[in-house]
Design a binder for this molecule. Structure first.
Ligand SMILES: [Zn+2]
Ligand SMILES: [Zn+2]
Length: 283
């Protein structure tokens, strides 16, 4: 933990994420404070609205953002964030939001990273051919608290206009009606930038709180910080028949300093799985 004492955390992120990331780390670590890096251009590593495709994995993108933040600011302790959206691997018919945070210490190059998966954030996209379809989709996406992006087609092409951050009914009506008149349809999707999507902002706040707690955990053998969860054990018993399910039963923590490992029960205290997820009761 001495690593962090008295240092200032620089947050290399835009879209308002610094407001939830900075305080979470300052609360858990002996930092002097935090500041947002001015002039950081994190959109060049990929933008959700389609104009810049991300070519790196989310973890690589978060590391690249942190390095870029260190370069432009000269800061030596930098945190960056990256999110992705897609099918939820254990149940691909559900969609999920995966958030990554990377804390980079330029003094020795150490990277502290954390990944967390959420089912709660509201997101989606739909082709709409009428005002009624636009309104029905907007309502499902919790518009206007969750802002929308509108463009001609699902896949952005050079020259296409992208209307981002739409947060009022009149604005939504104007842009969608123009596109529908001109092309017969338009593409409407959630604006995934954190400040435009409060359920995603909450996911980032939760990820930051978890990252800080993991970093603050010290190894019982040698005292190095970030005694973190590196592996899991499946086999949480079914609550009805006791059969081991594919769900997580225990976490394994390990130390990057001395290699010490320790098994601990699930953090939510659950010791049984719902029989719906049991291959024996519900094949
Ligand atoms: Zn069972
Ligand atoms: Zn250790």
């Amino acid at each position: 933990m001495e690593r962090f004492t008295g240092r200032t955390l620089a947050v290399a992120t835009i879209h308002g994420k610094e407001r939830v990331i900075g305080p979470a780390l300052v609360a858990a670590l002996p930092l002097a404070g935090w500041e947002a890096i001015a002039g950081v251009d994190t959109d060049r590593f990929g933008a959700f609205s389609g104009e810049v495709q991300r070519t790196l994995s989310p973890l690589e993108a978060a590391i690249a953002k942190a390095r870029h933040g260190a370069e432009v600011s000269g800061a030596d302790l930098v945190i960056a964030s990256e999110g992705s959206f897609g099918p939820y691997p254990p149940a691909p018919f559900l969609s999920c939001n995966e958030e990554f945070l990377v804390l980079l210490d330029m003094r020795d190059g150490q990277v502290f990273s954390h990944r967390k998966v959420f089912l709660g954030p509201v997101f989606g996209g739909e082709r709409c051919t009428s005002r009624a379809e636009v309104l029905a989709f907007a309502e499902r996406m919790r518009f206007p608290s969750h802002q929308l992006v509108v463009r001609r087609d699902e896949h952005w092409r050079a020259g296409d206009q992208v209307f981002k951050g739409i947060d009022d009914a009149d604005g939504l009506r104007t842009v969608t009606e123009e596109l529908i008149v001109a092309y017969g349809s338009c593409w409407v999707e959630t604006d995934l930038r954190a400040m435009a999507n409060p359920t995603r902002m909450q996911a980032i706040a939760d990820t930051a709180a978890e990252l800080s707690a993991e970093i603050a955990r010290t190894c019982p053998a040698c005292g190095t910080c970030w005694f973190r969860v590196t592996d899991t054990r499946t086999g949480l018993p079914c609550g009805l028949c006791g059969w081991p399910t594919a769900s997580i039963r225990a976490h394994i923590r390990s130390c990057s300093g001395c290699g010490h490992m320790q098994q601990e029960p699930r953090s939510d205290g659950r010791t049984e799985e719902d029989p719906r997820y049991c291959d024996h009761c519900n094949p």
